[in-house]
Design a protein around this ligand. Sequence first.
Ligand SMILES: Nc1ncnc2c1ncn2[C@@H]1O[C@H](COP(=O)(O)OP(=O)(O)O)[C@@H](O)[C@H]1O
Ligand SMILES: [Mg+2]
Length: 329
Amino acid sequence: MQAILHVNNLKTYYYAGNRVVPAVDGVSFTLSRGEVLGIVGESGCGKSTVARSVTGLFDRSYTRIEGGEVLFDGMDLTRQSAKTLNRIRGKKISMIFQNPLTSLNPVYTVADQITEVLLLHEGMNRRQARERALELLTMVGIPEPKARLDDFPHQLSGGMQQRVLIAIALACNPQLVIADEPTTALDVTIQAQILRLMDNIRTQFDMGMLLITHNMGVVAEMCDRVLVMYGGVVVEEADPLQLFDAPLHPYTRGLLAAIPSIEAQKETLYTIPGTVPRFSHPVTCCRFADRCPHCAGHCRTQEPPLFRTGDGRGVRCWNYLSEKEEPSQ
Ligand SMILES: Nc1ncnc2c1ncn2[C@@H]1O[C@H](COP(=O)(O)OP(=O)(O)O)[C@@H](O)[C@H]1O
Ligand SMILES: [Mg+2]
């Protein structure tokens, strides 16, 4: 598979007054064409900050990329000007966000918003762009697409709004789509339809997709590989089958145990004890230590690296090392 995005040791910090928030603190991954890479984790673990860092969509007055690189199309995106990033966004990299209504501009029609990217990036004239917009609406499964072209966003349901956003995201045949919680704001039945649509699109176009979600069900359904994030770092990397079958990190085990199931309905639903702590910089312990049932002394004094297992997985836990050294029965 051809790799299209390399993120190496990315560090993105927020500066809030005299506090430094190490929201993304050394994240690395590679994404290939045709691949869906999931990033999963609780709210606040840094998922959206990864997305914003890759696309350069952050406020430079309080956000800084403190280290690492984002290699795409022969350049390091962390070093590009706002102008270059503007040219890349929408054309080669496009984004789908959580809340379709706030992502669409309420005062422009559906046609205006799709044709805008085509006029800007593809050099089409208005008539060509409108024809292409109609094609795109048809492709994303909007009924009576011709009539919908002149609708305003509020005239569409949430599911249809998200389809329009997907149409905009695909307008210029991007190499990379970043979807940040694309179905979280939608009803469950609509979620399934949108996921199916995104899966079809991924096979139809040979693009890479970074799919950010807090929902393990979405991971199971959509992803080829998955990164589990906690406290700004990747604590586990695996393919979904491995992850669901034999999670290695205590945090991943907790996330999986917290999924409601019909059989478990009579029992109390598992929750991971404690809350996500706020880390001050620099971090000198395992970030999961306070909530971990297996926490040992050195977990509080030294942060574990991401250990690579023989089968292409990764786990950031000291216990992985000790289990390997003293295999348990
Ligand atoms: N503008 C900001 N100023 C300070 N801290 C922020 C800001 N935006 C996000 N954060 C913090 O950064 C961390 C990661 O946030 P985010 O990337 O949005 O997480 P996620 O998408 O996984 O929910 C959180 O602890 C959040 O509180
Ligand atoms: Mg988020």
